[in-house]
Design a protein around this ligand. Structure first.
Ligand SMILES: Cc1cc2nc3c(=O)[nH]c(=O)nc-3n(C[C@H](O)[C@H](O)[C@H](O)COP(=O)(O)O)c2cc1C
Length: 334
């Protein structure tokens, strides 16, 4: 039996299989099932900036509505529409999860402005979160905004949040940053201990009959693994940060790929949504068997063996590989 232990954000984990941010954490019974099936940590669904902003605007609206409509309303206190805010509910759920399971629980904030995040991060820390994941998910569509301005605002956010709490912070990024290694180094310097590569943008689809935009949250396949694995192989050779591979982990072999690339942990969401939480136990058993069969005693020993600085032909991780891949395809077809 191989030693599956790993570390991530200062947490000692029994194996590299982590349940990524997803709706599972809405349900205590599913969280328990994740733990029972062996996952070593769980990331909660995100608390979204839009939810908080929308909520405060709504509250503002209701309070002002009352005072404007009637003069006597100056002394009349309008009841807020809902006493429990999204943030309160999120914190309460975090506390319930912490009571229900022993594995570490990582809270997740999704937003790009500092706004109320500092206070929230502190509240999540007080509520028992073991770490915090900052999901920087934004579509930059303002043509006035430059890359530098966007990245500076992200770094500022990371710095302020990291300064305000004692929890380890991981940053979940999109694969579309122009100069990813430079950004990672800046974010690391700003206090981020780990990176989750990558976030997945939910791409809207077009209904060409009704001329409508359709919301979609498609699930991944193992084919999606190449992108995060490649970047982790590069980035983990450059930076002493921790890395979580997120996107396309469906089998034990996918976990092996992630760890060999240099990931401390591999996140899984789609596989559990498609095949149930029991898939975790199967993946872990197969992961262990694979290591035994291939002579790896520990995850520590296996981690990073395919890292950029360790493989003899590292140029395959670079653009050169693009040309040779296209050529080899040509040779097969023509
Ligand atoms: C239904 C669903 C809900 C998700 N919710 C969140 C979320 O709240 N916050 C977040 O950071 N990522 C969220 N994600 C993204 C996942 O955490 C993960 O990054 C992505 O699904 C890739 O992993 P996978 O290939 O295992 O699905 C969600 C994904 C799905 C499919």
């Amino acid at each position: 039996m191989a030693d599956l232990k790993t570390t991530y954000l200062g947490l000692n984990l029994k194996n590299p299989l982590v349940a990524g941010a997803s709706p599972f954490a809405h349900h205590l019974d599913l969280v328990k099932q994740l733990e029972d099936n062996g996952v070593s940590a769980i990331v909660m669904y995100s608390l979204f900036e839009e939810e908080i902003t929308h909520e405060s605007l709504r509250l503002d609206y209701f309070l002002n509505k009352g005072t404007e409509s009637q003069p006597e309303a100056q002394t009349y206190l309008v009841e807020p529409p809902e006493i429990l805010s999204f943030a309160d509910r999120y914190i309460a759920q975090l506390q319930r999860i912490k009571e229900a399971v022993e594995i570490p629980v990582i809270a997740s904030l999704n937003g790009t402005s500092i706004g109320g995040w500092i206070k929230l991060a502190q509240q999540l820390q007080a509520a028992g979160a073991d770490a915090l994941e900052l999901n920087i998910y934004s579509m930059v569509i303002d043509p006035q905004l430059t890359c530098d301005q966007v990245e500076k605002s992200y770094i500022n956010l990371i710095e302020e949040v990291c300064k305000s709490i004692n929890l380890p912070v991981a940053v979940k990024l999109s694969p579309y940053l122009t100069a990813l290694p430079h950004f990672l180094a800046r974010a690391y310097k700003a206090g981020a201990e780990g990176f989750v590569l990558f976030n997945r943008f939910m791409q809207p689809d077009f209904d060409i009959q009704s001329l409508d935009i359709i919301r979609k949250a498609p699930l991944s396949s193992s084919a999606d693994l190449s992108l995060p694995a490649r970047w982790i192989a590069i980035a983990s050779a450059q930076l002493k940060a921790d890395f979580a591979l997120s996107g396309g982990v469906h089998t034990a072999e996918d976990m092996v790929r992630g760890v060999m690339a240099g990931a401390n942990v591999t996140y899984v969401v789609s596989e559990f949504l498609q095949h149930g939480i029991g898939a975790a136990a199967t993946m872990l058993q197969n992961f262990n068997d694979w290591m035994d069969r291939n002579g790896y005693d520990s995850v520590k020993q296996m981690r990073g063996v395919l890292r950029y600085d360790k493989v003899p032909n590292a140029t395959v991780y670079e653009r050169a590989n693009y040309i040779s891949s296209l050529k080899s395809f040509d040779e097969k077809v023509l």
